[in-house]
Write a protein that binds this ligand. Sequence first.
Ligand code: SF4
Ligand code: SF4
Length: 236
Amino acid sequence: MKREISLEAFTDGKLYTKNDMVKVGCGDCRDCCDCCQGMGDSIVLDPYDIHQLTTNLHLPLEELLSRYLALHVVDGIILPSIKLVSAQAMVNAGSEIAADSMQAVEVCPFLNHMGRCSIHTFRPGFCRLFPLGRYYVNGTFQYILQNHECPKENKTKIKVQKWLGISNLRSYENFVNIWHYFLVDMEALLETSQDEAEKKTLNLYLLNTFFKTSYSTNDFYGEFQERLTKAKSILL
Ligand code: SF4
Ligand code: SF4
């Protein structure tokens, strides 16, 4: 999701790379699950996130959509995001965190009864980042620290790549960047069309190509690149 406001308004004003130290260490989120509730449809998922979820939960995208995810239009493009569930339902299910930690009406369906992420090892990229964000400019991106997002006090400094905790970070960052700028191109393409049927066809093509069709488990990045090259040759 794009935001076009001054960096100083919501960050510490610095740009970080994966090798920089940044003040995000929050004591392993002890007694806190603030960022896993009340966030609406803001956890937008990319093809790598969906690949991780389908592979690790052994569920096809259709099943994920019926249970945990929803499709939303983001800057003109239909993309999957996490679908929050009623906090009351968690209470009714006997959640041990309900009484004192759940302040929002809706919570992430992956939050377990102890107030921890049940998919921590394969959680989405947005969750790995938080409270970091990405700042895209000139065909690349750097990391930003959103000042007021995580309420924990006395945070410690941690290297960005350790915070993200993702293997093969170079390939992941390359994928994230390519996917972002491809979506920018798609958004521009959709804006030029006045034909709603044409827009729907393009969105279905993107969903089928990059999300619905499963990736081989051992070379996600190679397969993604192949699909992208083909999509660009057809669409751009
Ligand atoms: S708000 Fe901060 S401390 Fe709380 S769960 Fe999120 S990252 Fe952890
Ligand atoms: S997927 Fe995990 S880390 Fe992300 S919002 Fe849900 S519970 Fe929190």
